[in-house]
Design a protein around this ligand. Structure first.
Ligand code: ADP
Ligand code: ADP
Length: 229
């Protein structure tokens, strides 16, 4: 009953003219159980984004296997896409849209039928109802980030992946995001997040994998890890 299973995953970014090749993952094994709130904790450059970008199908792996929802599916496939909601680290705003339009376009992209769309519900859940019809470019950074979380959820994926969800986010908004992520996890969504804050991993996650220099150093229940630290 795994949400994600990674075996022997390696990644070397090809160099170009000046830049030498860069080894980002050196053989990662990782299992994320269904229903868990899973934290990938490690310093900048450790390989966290590379790992989740490979799972999300936006970066090609060099070697190894990735199973999503216990199926050997191609990470670039439609099946993989429908299983995953991904919130990238950088804010990618649809500046010419309103938040509501942005969610509708995303729902269309995923083929969600009109009667199953829940744009207003998602906007409300993320505190964006007042801005539903404003231009996205007029939203604050925190609001754009919340919109990206809403976008990742339009197709009701069983797994939500967040890359550094609270980087550059103020304390109040961090709390809001944490509460929301906790809520959807309680509703059954498996959550995987990357962070370089122990505090964030400890507060939210039931399981923590520590990533360093392209390797998973340890992966264990949060309480067990904290007892050893
Ligand atoms: P983290 O998310 O833990 O900060 P990353 O996965 O972003 O780590 O990076 C892991 C290593 O791979 C770093 O040394 C980084 O510089 C390198 N890297 C990441 N993306 C690329 C890329 N597109 N091309 C070359 N090297 C990259
Ligand atoms: P591919 O043929 O590899 O699927 P695409 O151009 O369809 O290439 O998209 C590349 C990746 O970018 C896909 O994995 C898809 O998940 C993502 N993608 C493309 N367009 C969108 C979009 N509008 N919203 C979200 N993800 C997108």
């Amino acid at each position: 009953e795994n949400a994600i299973e990674v075996l022997g995953l390696k990644k070397t970014y090809k160099g170009n003219g000046k830049a030498p090749p860069k080894v980002a993952l050196r053989g990662v094994d990782l299992t994320v159980k269904r229903g868990s709130m899973f934290g990938l904790l490690g310093p900048n450059g450790a390989g966290k984004s590379t790992l989740i970008n490979i799972i999300a199908g936006v970066v090609n792996k060099s070697e190894g296997t990735v199973k999503i929802w216990d199926r050997d599916i191609d990470t670039h496939s439609r099946d993989a896409r429908s299983a995953l909601g991904v919130v990238p680290q950088e804010i990618v705003a649809d500046v010419f849209f309103t938040p509501r339009e942005s969610l509708e376009v995303q729902a269309g992209f995923y083929g969600v039928p009109a009667d199953e769309r829940r744009s207003d519900e998602l906007l409300a859940a993320l505190g964006l109802s007042d801005k539903a019809n404003a231009y996205v470019r007029s939203l604050s950074g925190g609001m754009k980030r919340r919109l990206m979380v809403a976008k990742a959820l339009v197709h009701n994926p069983p797994v939500l992946i967040l890359d550094e969800p609270t980087a550059g986010v103020d304390v109040e908004l961090r709390r809001q995001l944490w509460d929301y992520v906790r809520k959807i996890n309680e509703e059954g969504v498996t959550v995987i997040l990357t962070t370089h804050y122990l505090e964030e991993a400890q507060e939210l996650c039931d399981t923590i994998a520590i990533v360093n220099r392209g390797e998973v150093i340890t992966c264990e229940p949060t309480e067990q890890l904290l007892r050893r630290l």
